[in-house]
Design a protein around this ligand. Structure first.
Ligand SMILES: Cc1ncc(COP(=O)(O)O)c(C=O)c1O
Length: 378
């Protein structure tokens, strides 16, 4: 059996998404900026994709800007917001994805911003009182806090955080790469200035995503060039990627309730199986709490063992694809800045299982049995 349990790294393309993309891969090859019929056809597909996404998010099409994925969208927003609003102070956390963490660290190293980290509680949740304290000191700051952590699955209360940020006139960016397509975002309700998405996290193609930029929170572009994407991102559009992205999000919204129920049941099954089979097992952050965490992610803390670093390799040999912290494959606790920030000095090995609509109950049993067997041997 071959079992893929690394869906937070990337998900398999949905065949229905592929069918939506197919004409734009094989036949409709025009450049959307061309004014002739070939170009116009593709332009129409891009604009209808933008409209589909805007309708799902309850925002306007002009607020959706296509990018090459989550990393580019995060970079563009952070750099663009600092530049456009002459922001000096940035508030973030030590457990953001590297697309945010490294980008902000680089800006701080260059002296263009001062970086402040919000305090985290013992489970890794940003302390909202500390956020408010920092905002009192630095009103109008850029706040960058992710909606769901890709390693430990903690969920941020976007509504509440947005309200606090609005109170202090902050620019609030949230990396929503792990929740787009898995939760419904209502942009008319949320007071979020900017958000990011990557199609490959919800069964769309790789190398395409988007940033949501609130109408009155526009930024200057990071990629200059042609006037594509309403002058927000130069470069010929990834046409079939954009069509696939919109199709994937539409399918995700259409089937979300069923998939959430299915995936939550798988996660519960994995938690129960691991507790039963592995004495001393625990779960990192909030990920063991079904209601308080991203339902696609389970971060397992295995009892200390000298062989743990080999575990991912042995799981791989046994037909199971999982990961250490994030997409890092070493399996060593030292590889994860999130685990290190949360549990400094811990030698317990983190192991992340992440699930999708395509996983089955049999696969969960198989993976739990194999893992328990490998631990007994080591
Ligand atoms: C939370 C988060 N942000 C950003 C990214 C980067 O997205 P992409 O791979 O599309 O650049 C990822 C992907 O691993 C992610 O999990």
């Amino acid at each position: 059996m071959n079992v893929y349990l690394d869906n937070a790294a990337t998900t398999p393309l949905d065949p229905e998404v592929f069918e939506a993309m197919r004409p734009f891969i094989l036949d409709d090859f025009g450049n959307p900026s061309s004014t002739h019929a070939h170009g116009r056809k593709v332009r129409a597909a891009i604009e209808s994709s933008r409209k589909k996404i805007a309708d799902l998010l309850n925002c306007t099409p002009g607020e959706v800007i296509f990018t090459s994925g989550g990393t580019e969208a995060d970079n563009a927003i952070l750099a663009g917001a600092v530049r456009s609003y002459q922001i000096r102070h940035v508030i973030s956390s030590k457990i953001e994805h590297h697309a945010v963490e490294h980008t902000l660290a680089l800006m701080a190293d260059r002296g263009s911003i001062e970086l402040h980290y919000v305090r985290l509680d013992e489970k890794g949740n940003p302390d909202q009182d500390d956020l408010e304290h920092l905002l009192k000191l630095y009103p109008g700051a850029l706040v960058s806090l992710m909606h769901a952590n890709n390693e430990i699955g903690n969920l941020l209360d976007l509504q509440r955080t947005g309200e606090i940020c609005a109170q202090y006139n902050a620019y609030f960016h949230s990396d929503t790469v792990q929740t787009m397509g898995h939760y419904r975002h209502d942009m008319r309700k949320l007071q979020v200035s900017a958000m990011t998405a990557a199609a490959h996290k919800f069964h769309g193609p790789k190398g395409v995503g988007f940033m949501y930029l609130k109408k009155d929170r526009k930024i200057s572009p990071m990629v200059s060039g042609g006037s594509q994407e309403r002058n927000m991102r130069g470069g010929t559009e990834n046409t079939y990627g954009i069509v696939g992205l919109a199709a994937a999000l539409e399918i995700a919204y259409r089937d979300m309730d069923d998939h959430e129920r299915h995936i939550k049941a798988l996660k519960k099954q994995m938690i129960n199986a691991l507790i039963e089979k592995i004495p001393g097992v625990s779960f990192n952050g909030e990920s063991g709490n079904i209601e308080k965490s991203l339902y696609t992610v389970l971060s397992v803390s295995l009892p200390e063992s000298e062989e743990n670093e080999l575990l991912l390799f042995n799981l791989d040999i046994s037909g199971i694809s999982a990961s250490g912290g994030s997409a890092c494959s070493s399996g060593a606790a030292a590889g994860s800045h999130v685990i290190n920030a949360l549990y400094p000095g811990s030698r317990r090995a983190p192991l992340r299982f992440s699930f999708s609509k395509f996983n089955t109950s049999e696969e969960i049993n198989f993976a739990a049995d194999k893992l328990a067997g490998l631990l007994i041997k080591s």
